[in-house]
Design a protein around this ligand. Sequence first.
Ligand code: TRH
Length: 397
Amino acid sequence: MHPTSSAVSTPKSWDIFCRVIDNYGDIGVCWRLARQLASEHNQQVRLWVDDLNALVRIWPDAQLADQQELAGVDVRHWPDAFPTDIGIAQVVIEAFACDIPDIYLQQMAEQKKNGQAPLWINLEYLSAEPWVEDCHSMVSVHPGTGLRKTFFFPGFTPRTGGLLREQDIAERQHEFDRTFFLNSLGITAEHGALLISLFAYENTAVASLFDVWASSNRPIHCLIPQGKVLTSINQYLPEPLASGQGYTRGNLRLDAIPFLTQTQYDELLWACDINFVRGEDSFVRAQWAGKPFVWHIYPQEENAHITKLDAFLDRFLSQQDQQLTANVSDLWHNWNQQHDVAGAWSQLMEQLPQWQALSHDWKKHLRSQADLASQLIVLSSGGGGQKSTTEKPQTTV
Ligand code: TRH
């Protein structure tokens, strides 16, 4: 049985610390988690963000302010000189090993001396690699203070921390009005066209992708929120494409759309037939959309990201026939390595119904696992079975 909020959650105070390294994934994950803990689990959440511009981008109601109340979350700017008088929370989440402020750590140590150490959790990056199961819930002892830190790994199996998933997502998807949503973006989907969203890093493979789309039998309508991939797209086009502008060649229609709010972006994924996603958060959201998706993984040194890509593909494709496995893998690898994707795309289009069934079944499979916020609630209530170690577990990114 899944942990549920009603079964285990008594309101606690939480501090979530988020450093924006680049792009929107760090804040994207932390903001979803903060909102969920507050709205679904009735927790008192304070979110510390060092760069509020990133939050404003995905949640335009946010202000560049030291303190604000947003969606039930107390959002704070994380300043270089961290305040000494704010009081520490019962649960402290250090997102992606961002190192909480020294002053705050000292206060945690003081609390420990009083027998009231907070629960200190490091929320790790998502990976499908097998070692994640062993490292999830490991505890290390901080050398200076003796405080215990639990390493919490999101993941795709019941022996991990799971994935962020709202409790009402299926209901919202069911009630979703695709035409109304697309019209609100000024888009009318052409009847019979394949509607595709494109969110990616710079990627020169767009040239081969657009060539094959332009000559495809079925019309292709591609929606591109503002972002890095437009740099590569603009090299391909005769004129740079600004937000609100379109371009047509053969059977391909491109529309550049504004950067959406996080909620609208989810809806874009639901509205489209196929989604190109990247990083961590949009990658997870594409899986909840249950539609075929292509992942542009966050590039790392020494191709460490390709190992992660393969680890996910191994899980995702483990029950599939050889042909579909080869076609999905080829398209994803070529896309990530910025090679020609035309052949792989055409092959996969021959198997579109199977690709759709795979994405639908994968979502169903993932839904049978406990979601990340609920698992954190269990941990905060003394459950979750931490594993002892004195070493910091191996991590990537
Ligand atoms: O932006 P990303 O590439 O983020 C990250 C960061 O680079 C991070 O440092 C790295 O560690 C991580 O990837 C792996 O991709 P991601 O994770 O998909 O985050 C994008 C967020 O932006 C996500 O929450 C969805 C949101 N978004 C919008 O709100 N509106 C939009 O129009 C789009 C396209 C995305």
